[in-house]
Design a protein around this ligand. Structure first.
Ligand SMILES: [Zn+2]
Length: 225
């Protein structure tokens, strides 16, 4: 099983090395080639991060299984007991979500990719889609404030377009400026945001709280190696 883990690690390293290689090509070519390289980087970045994410998820899962098996072996005397233990573990494991994007390893991977590409746009690949809730009707709502990119604690809804902002964030911004439009990419509303356009969204606030609690729970359980 260690072999499986180390080959996953190899794949991850290959992605990083390959990124460094592409970046190094920049030094030995002309402007137009450099432009196409940059385009390649931009277009494949999301995919690279996604593969990294999946590898880290697999590694996390494999590590948990290994640990659980070791523990089960040390605690049981018979095959029957071991069977029961393992079944319990897998039932519990099925209910757990792996939140890769919050893991230290993913953050490190992202940083490595960032430095491999010489600090270009990796960090701009938004992880906003990490935390979204589906509203009735299939509308996807981000849990992040469009300005600070932080998880919203007191989300308010713009009644003109339906987008959400962190209360303190938007209030600070529109306080001294009455010419601020909704910052959400692709928003069709041309209205300037006014205080009376904003209403607290308690349902979303509760969803974010539940999400946060779940994240903290699974984050601490994955740290206990
Ligand atoms: Zn909007």
């Amino acid at each position: 099983m260690m072999e499986f883990l180390s080959s996953l690690e190899d794949v991850k390293q290959t992605i990083i090395e390959n990124s460094k290689f592409i970046k190094s090509l920049e030094n030995c070519c002309d402007d137009s080639f450099r432009d196409s390289l940059q385009k390649l980087v931009d277009e494949t970045m999301k995919g690279r991060l996604e593969i990294g994410e999946r590898i880290i998820a697999l590694k996390t899962k494999q590590k948990r299984i290994d640990d659980a098996l070791q523990k089960a072996l040390s605690e049981t005397d018979t095959v029957e007991q071991l069977n029961v233990k393992c079944t319990e573990f897998f039932e519990k494991e099925d209910k757990k979500r792996i939140n890769v994007k919050l893991s230290t390893e993913y953050k490190e991977f992202k940083q490595q990719m960032n430095s491999a590409f010489g600090g270009s746009n990796v960090t701009n690949v938004d992880d906003e889609d990490v935390a979204e809730v589906m509203e009735p009707g299939g509308k996807v709502v981000s849990m992040f404030d469009p300005w600070s990119k932080a998880l919203m604690l007191n989300p308010v809804r713009n009644i003109k377009c339906g987008h959400h902002y962190e209360r303190d964030s938007v209030n600070a911004i529109i306080k001294d400026n009455c010419g601020i439009r909704c910052p959400v990419v692709g928003c069709a509303s041309k209205c300037f945001i006014q205080p009376n356009h904003l209403e607290p969204d308690m349902a979303l606030r509760d969803k974010i709280r539940a999400y946060k609690a779940e994240q903290e729970l699974s984050d601490s359980s994955s740290e206990e190696e």
